[in-house]
Write a new protein. Sequence first.
Length: 163
Amino acid sequence: MRVSEMDTLFNYNWWATSRVLDTAEGLRDEEFTRTDIVPLPHGSLRGTLVHMLDLERSARYRLSRNLSVDPIAQGRYQSISDLSPAMRAEATAMKDFLIGLEDEHMDSLLALEDGTRWPYWQFLLHVIHHSAQHRSEAAVLLSALDRSPDDLDFYLFLKESGR
């Protein structure tokens, strides 16, 4: 996989996440943190989105600096308006990281703490798919609150972005 293709996938990832965040704007704080709307692995919309942010951030630190970082506590974000800027900043940081890569990096091996070694492209693709799973969970929760983010299809991203 080439860097330009990975960049397209991360642009899509951010486009779809932005649709979820935009749809969530205006939620009352108690809706943002509520755990009884839809059973989700991370409890609430806040828990789900913070989990996404945490994985994306930790993956970027692992890839760019070969560092582990402490997990982000859900309680750090009390509202969607607190969380959205952090997610936007992380998307920008990942974009900046990808800009610095060359195609040869995609096959470089990344050693994880458990001893496994993954090519960069596989690790980055894992980040994309992880976010897609949890973004879908967030969309289900928002839909249950009558706030569907509408379709999040890759095709629509391509169409809207003129690719």
